[in-house]
Design a protein around this ligand. Structure first.
Ligand code: ZN
Length: 352
């Protein structure tokens, strides 16, 4: 059954965490991994380092409001099935415009008690990069010590398990893993680029990914990409080396996706960054601050009054976008450029 399969993303037991750490130390003593192990270097990646994302990191959480009670169908691992309950409902909003409905099991007893839980986890979810939150339409919260889940545009949380993850410092890392299922799997897990990277890399990053290549490889690998790309000062050199030498092509794949990363990377307001003239080729390289996933138009003018559209649909290249402009047909000595975000719907930003 497709629906329940999506919730089989059970995290691995903490026992294997200790094994992983032992493995890291062993490898350090013996030298390079890849020459020694013809196997994934780790058992599961949520245990690798509790400092990849911590409670001290910024959150995009904005506010949470009760929207009353409502009948919802929620997956509950304690019965390993969907349950239909009159849930406490909350709308969590984030300062980048994303929103999620948080559905809390009635077993928490009151709106106030449910709000405490809903707010607590919405704040943690707000620490995930935008690219991982973008498809999280709902969050399910139950009691119990059961593995989390991701997929189905949802995050599944059992608070007893969350307490244990918190004590180990890996609550955030676990939610990164689960939200990777929710917001990355559908687009990337079977894409040609990802499958080519899987094939080209020396090994899977973990035995969990190797044993479930279609279901777990994105989630297992993405956390390690975040670690080496954004948290290199927080993780050990040996851990970084192990990740980079094991899945270089997968890391490159994620880097090429121009993923939106706030609040890990805060976008700059739209505006030009640099303008470089290449005299021999009579071209101008215009670079502006952009947002991943957006589309831009470039206008030009001789007098800042009359504007013509030079290019109308330039896909964003990430947080910065560069576009060449020819100078050969310039009749005037002065030329102005204007960049605008092409609105998907509603508002637009402009900078010149
Ligand atoms: Zn998983």
């Amino acid at each position: 059954m497709q629906t329940s399969q999506l919730f089989l993303n059970a995290a691995i037991s903490l026992k294997s965490c200790k094994l992983v750490r032992a493995c890291v130390v062993t490898a350090l003593l013996l030298g390079s991994w890849s020459n020694i192990f013809a196997a994934p270097p780790f058992s599961g990646t949520i245990f690798l380092d509790p400092d990849i994302l911590t409670a001290s990191d910024p959150t995009a959480f904005k506010d949470i409001v009760s929207t009353g009670r409502g009948v919802r169908s929620m997956f509950d691992r304690r019965v390993n099935n969907f349950v239909t309950v009159n849930a406490y409902l909350f709308n969590a909003s984030f300062d980048d415009g994303l929103q999620s409905e948080v559905q809390v099991n009635p077993e928490f007893g009151s709106t106030e008690a449910a709000l405490v839980e809903a707010r607590k986890y919405a704040i943690v979810i707000g620490r995930l990069p935008y690219a991982l939150r973008k498809d999280v339409q709902t969050v399910w919260i139950h009691q119990g010590v059961q593995p989390f889940g991701g997929g189905n545009n949802n995050l599944l949380i059992h608070t007893g398990q969350a307490d244990q993850y918190s004590q180990s410092g890996i609550l955030e890392e676990t939610l990164i893993h689960e939200a990777s299922h929710t917001s990355l799997d559908a687009q990337h897990a079977s894409s040609a680029g990802w499958l080519a990277a899987q094939k080209a890399d020396p090994e899977f990053i973990s035995t969990y990914a190797r044993d479930n290549p279609a279901r777990e490889d994105i989630a297992e690998s993405f956390l390690t990409w975040l670690a080496v790309r954004y948290r290199s000062e927080r993780i050990s050199q040996s851990l970084s080396n192990a990740i980079v030498s094991t899945i270089p092509r997968r890391l490159e794949y994620f880097s090429q996706q121009a993923l939106r990363m706030d609040p890990w990377v805060m976008p700059k307001p739209l505006g030009f960054k640099t303008l470089t003239v290449n005299a021999p080729s009579q071209t101008l390289q215009l670079t502006w601050y952009s947002l991943p996933g957006k589309v831009y138009s470039l206008g030009e003018s001789a007098d800042l009054v009359h504007w013509t559209s030079a290019v109308t649909a330039i896909p964003s290249q990430g947080y910065e976008t560069t576009y060449p402009q020819s100078l050969t047909n310039t009749a005037t000595k002065t030329k102005f450029f204007r960049v605008q975000e092409v609105p998907a719907s509603g508002s637009s930003r402009a900078g010149s």
